[in-house]
Design a protein around this ligand. Structure first.
Ligand code: ZN
Length: 291
């Protein structure tokens, strides 16, 4: 039923968009100062042929220059961690005066998957590169649309990955464990109940408590990472980068995604973890504190 799907997609777009409204100031405290020069030095092998920019003509030539360099840097940093995506990224930019470089952004999931950035190009290139938004939004497209009921999973994934990408690109100033603890720690008390973690996160999303839903959802990926490292000695970003060429184009729901990820590691780790998030008491999965 395409019209229903369309309505679902629209709602998801709204929810995804909200993350950039509610979280930027917290996230920005974790970003280091990085110059364009040293950014290029830390991504020497990346190239810039995997994306298309739309809407750039609305900006003056100096602003176009900044935006092009920023978008290239964001694509390069993301693919360095998550691999080369099977389709070129369609990146749209729009003018939006603000007190920050990227006040608003969202992904669109239709036949033409795309990312839409509202930007104030009066900010410097460094300010753009240090902003977490682009890494979060591009990370969303490393996995398929998993349905509105799994928005906590999708946002948890992008929130978890934004710091992986920033850390591997040398942009994150804090140790990554500390960056996660700062975000996830304040949400833990909400996940101490008998209900499943998935139902708690879904309710938090409905109540528009986005930091709690997103960073509570990110805990799924912290646990997946720990199990991948201890059982298989590999990282989550490594599995995701392999997934770009092994299922990303075909999968269109969460079960298909998790089955593909499990196949890559010859284990049922991802499917089992989702089962726990949907069936076990949340308090059995979330600690009371993160040290
Ligand atoms: Zn998001």
């Amino acid at each position: 039923m395409p019209h229903n799907k369309g309505a679902t997609l629209f709602k998801l777009v709204i929810m995804i968009a909200c993350c950039t409204i509610f979280l930027p100031n917290q996230a920005k405290s974790a970003a280091a100062q990085v110059t364009t020069k040293n950014y290029q030095e830390i991504t020497p092998k990346a190239t810039i042929d995997q994306f298309r920019i739309h809407g750039i003509k609305a900006f003056d030539s100096n602003e176009q220059d900044i935006l092009r360099q920023w978008l290239a840097a964001g694509v390069n940093a993301t693919r360095q961690s998550l691999g080369i995506y099977p389709r070129p990224l369609e990146l749209y930019v729009y003018l939006k005066k603000s007190n920050q470089p990227v006040p608003w952004a969202h992904t669109r999931r239709d036949n033409h998957e795309s990312i839409h950035f509202y930007v104030d190009a009066r900010f410097s290139l460094d300010k753009f590169i240090n902003d977490w938004t682009i890494y979060h939004e591009i990370a969303h497209l490393a996995i398929p649309f998993v349905g509105e009921e799994y928005a906590w999973f999708s946002e948890g994934f992008a929130s978890y990955m934004q710091y992986q990408i920033m850390a591997q690109s040398g942009i994150l100033t804090l140790p990554i464990e500390q960056a996660y603890a700062n975000k996830i720690g304040p949400q833990l008390s909400l996940y101490q109940g008998e209900q499943s973690a998935a139902s708690i996160a879904t309710q938090l999303m409905k109540k528009r408590n986005y930091p709690a839903a997103y960073w509570g959802g990110a805990w799924f990926f912290v646990l997946a990472e720990r199990q991948l490292q201890s059982k298989h000695n590999i990282s989550l970003v490594h599995v995701i980068s392999q997934y770009q060429q092994a299922g990303r184009r075909e999968d269109d729901n969460i079960q298909a995604l998790l089955t593909s990820l499990d196949k890559l590691i010859n284990d049922s780790l991802f499917s089992d973890l989702l089962k726990q998030f949907e069936q076990s008491p949340s308090s059995s999965l979330y600690p009371a504190n993160i040290d």
